[in-house]
Design a binder for this molecule. Structure first.
Ligand code: GTP
Ligand code: MG
Length: 248
């Protein structure tokens, strides 16, 4: 298993926010030949893709680890990440980070250094020694959502939605065919699939500083996400019924 990692940045109309974050990533990773970065545009339209292409090409000067922009049809955040992960096969580790730089390049580096045995999910835990700057209503909704996931799916995760995660490619390949969700709840489905397949998943507290311009619509997307959680529960239940028991 190699130590190379492919870090995908999913982008939907991000030309206004991504430039400073790409610069930051360049400072941290340009001399690291184990880390490749791939920006995936999630079908934001021709004009936006041209702007993104200019931004990415400018940062590629002096940074061989930054791949050319990948422009994909619109599917949602999860779809953009999966498209990026399967587009390149040389890396045995897969990761993604949100485009807005809410988690700094140094936090990304700290998490990527945890390439070890299993998957690592960053977690926005308000605790001594860490810094979490987030609107209180987003924090509250995050807690409600985590409680829903914990109760309905019996997965004791603190923050399934944090925009920074690391997964071994082999573990992803094992569950890939069963992953149906492509929107904002894709990480919950991925988490359940990894756990059900026996992959170890660890949550790691990180620093987070919310950047204005977030596009998640709290009411609309919360409703969709709650519906997705119920759908994950149903399909997990069906799979459990399909699996023959050892004593039958
Ligand atoms: N809104 C939205 N974001 C997408 C989509 N596809 C990819 N993304 C990316 O998903 C990431 C997270 O989106 P944000 O707009 O930062 O989400 P947010 O409202 O700030 O939510 P948090 O960062 O989780 O608090 C960004 O990198 C987006 O560009 C999509 O279809 N819709
Ligand atoms: Mg954000």
């Amino acid at each position: 298993m190699n130590r190379r990692v492919l870090l995908v940045i999913p982008c939907f109309h991000e030309s206004g926010r991504i430039k400073p974050f790409l610069r930051e990533l360049k400072e941290v990773f340009a001399s690291d030949d184990e880390v490749s970065v791939l920006v995936v545009d999630d079908g934001s339209g021709e004009e936006e893709v041209s702007k993104m292409q200019l931004i990415v090409e400018a940062e590629r000067q002096g940074w061989s680890g930054l791949r050319p922009l990948l422009s994909a049809p619109h599917e949602g955040k999860g779809g953009a990440i999966y498209t990026g992960w399967v587009a390149n096969e040389g890396e045995d580790w897969l990761a993604f980070v949100d485009a807005d730089g809410s988690s700094s390049a140094h936090e990304v580096k700290r998490l990527l250094a945890m390439r070890g045995e299993g998957a690592v999910f960053a977690s926005r835990i308000k605790m001594l020694g860490r810094s979490i700057e987030r609107h209180w209503h987003r924090h509250l909704l995050g807690r409600v959502f985590a409680t829903l996931v914990g109760e309905l799916l019996k997965v004791p995760v603190y923050d399934s939605q944090c925009g920074l995660k690391l997964v071994p490619r082999a573990a992803f390949e094992k569950v890939r065919a069963g992953l149906k969700l492509r929107g904002f709840t894709f990480d919950v489905e991925l988490l359940c699939a990894l756990l059900d397949s026996g992959c170890r998943v660890t949550e790691v507290p990180i620093d987070w500083c919310e950047v204005p311009g977030g596009k998640v619509k709290l009411l609309r997307d919360s409703f969709r996400m709650a519906r997705d959680v119920l759908e994950i529960r149903r399909s997990r239940h069906d799979k459990a019924l399909d699996t023959p028991r050892a004593d039958s």
